[in-house]
Design a protein around this ligand. Structure first.
Ligand code: SF4
Length: 346
């Protein structure tokens, strides 16, 4: 049974000037949309409804009114013919970029959620984040970083002491072996510095392309796509790709976006996966990109019930935020640039 198409929702507080024409236009089509919903037509675009999520983010400015998209147009023709037309590559690129723009408005404060002050700390934290939450890692790393501030210090550590320090992150013996091996390789092969090149990073023990791109994107300001569990799940839900192998996902998604957008795209998608588009019960009824999502209806579509599924900093999964973090507000709404990123002023 194809999923009902959504009532468009948006975690936006206000409408932006640019969104208004589209909103009005789609609002005018609302009855038709309702009719389509009643018939359970698969790819209809949703009618506008504000959700609690809109108020919570305080960031996005457009409403979730139904908007015309490439897929919307295609679904219109699909309605006429009774058969869904495959999305063209150009339409997919348009839809994907539109989703990213919507997510950028929803999560303008998107950032790596691991705490770090230098590339060495970030690479350790990323390796330790496997099979646990970023919050748990953030609670554990201060003591580790204080005791072993450099790769040389960690490489020479007593493994049992390291195990005790990182025990709360789980798999602590394997992780101790990984981070100590990493520290040793950095010390012996890279002069105690984390290299800033992909080909060097992936040679380090325990460092795959995912970790390498996290480090490149956030500690060196170099574009990278981070294919973690959230990213892979969401891009398949959105039919950006059907690939399951992370390297193939990374390549497929890289072709849809300019390189300069890769790092922030990764943060947006991961933020959305953690807060709204959950693995088992996505909060479709409170989702700002419902009008653009072919998987709308996989989760809860009732706006009130969906709101309860949103993950907040408090009351949701630890460390996961829907509201902008205080540090973002304190900085006047400007996300901190990644370490090493080139910034322009003036
Ligand atoms: S499946 Fe995820 S992205 Fe799609 S409408 Fe539901 S919550 Fe939103």
């Amino acid at each position: 049974m194809p999923a009902k198409k959504p009532a468009a929702t948006k975690p936006a507080a206000t409408q932006s000037a640019t969104s208004r024409p589209a909103v009005k236009k789609s609002a005018a089509k609302k009855p038709a949309v309702k009719k389509a919903v009643a018939k359970k037509t698969p790819a209809t675009q949703p009618a506008a409804k504000k959700t609690g999520a809109a108020k919570e983010s305080g960031a996005a400015k457009k409403t979730g009114a139904a908007k015309k998209t490439g897929s919307a147009k295609e679904s219109g023709s699909a309605k006429k013919t009774g058969a869904a037309k495959p999305e063209t590559h150009a339409a997919l690129v348009r839809r994907a970029r539109k989703i990213n723009r919507e997510l950028a408005e929803t999560y303008p404060y998107a950032h790596p959620e691991l705490d770090f002050e230098n590339p060495f700390q970030l690479i350790l934290a990323t390796v330790m984040s496997a099979q646990t939450t970023d919050l748990r890692v953030n609670q554990t790393t201060p003591a580790l970083f204080a005791k072993y501030p450099t790769p040389e210090d960690l490489a020479a550590a007593n493994p049992e002491e390291v195990e005790e320090l990182i025990r709360p992150t789980g798999f602590f013996r394997a992780k101790t072996r990984s981070i100590m091996g990493l520290a040793k390789a950095l010390t012996e092969d890279f002069g105690g510095e984390v290299p800033g090149q992909l080909e060097d990073l992936v040679k380090l023990p325990g460092v795959g392309r995912k970790t390498a791109f996290v480090v490149l994107g956030n500690a060196f300001g170099r574009p990278g796509i981070t294919v973690d569990t959230h990213f892979g799940r969401l891009v398949r839900r959105w039919k950006w790709t059907e690939e399951t192998d992370p390297d193939k996902v990374e390549k497929a998604i890289g072709e849809l976006f300019p390189k300069s957008e890769w790092t922030m795209l990764s943060h947006h998608v991961i933020f959305h996966g953690r807060r709204i588009c959950h693995s088992r019960k996505p909060a479709c009824g409170a989702c700002p990109i419902a009008p653009l999502c072919p998987a709308y209806g996989e989760g809860e579509t009732d706006p009130e019930k969906a709101k309860k599924l949103l993950k907040y900093e408090k009351g949701g999964f630890p460390g996961q935020r829907l509201k902008p973090p205080q540090s973002y507000l304190d900085a006047g709404g400007i996300p901190a640039p990644p370490l090493g990123a080139t910034t322009t002023t003036g």
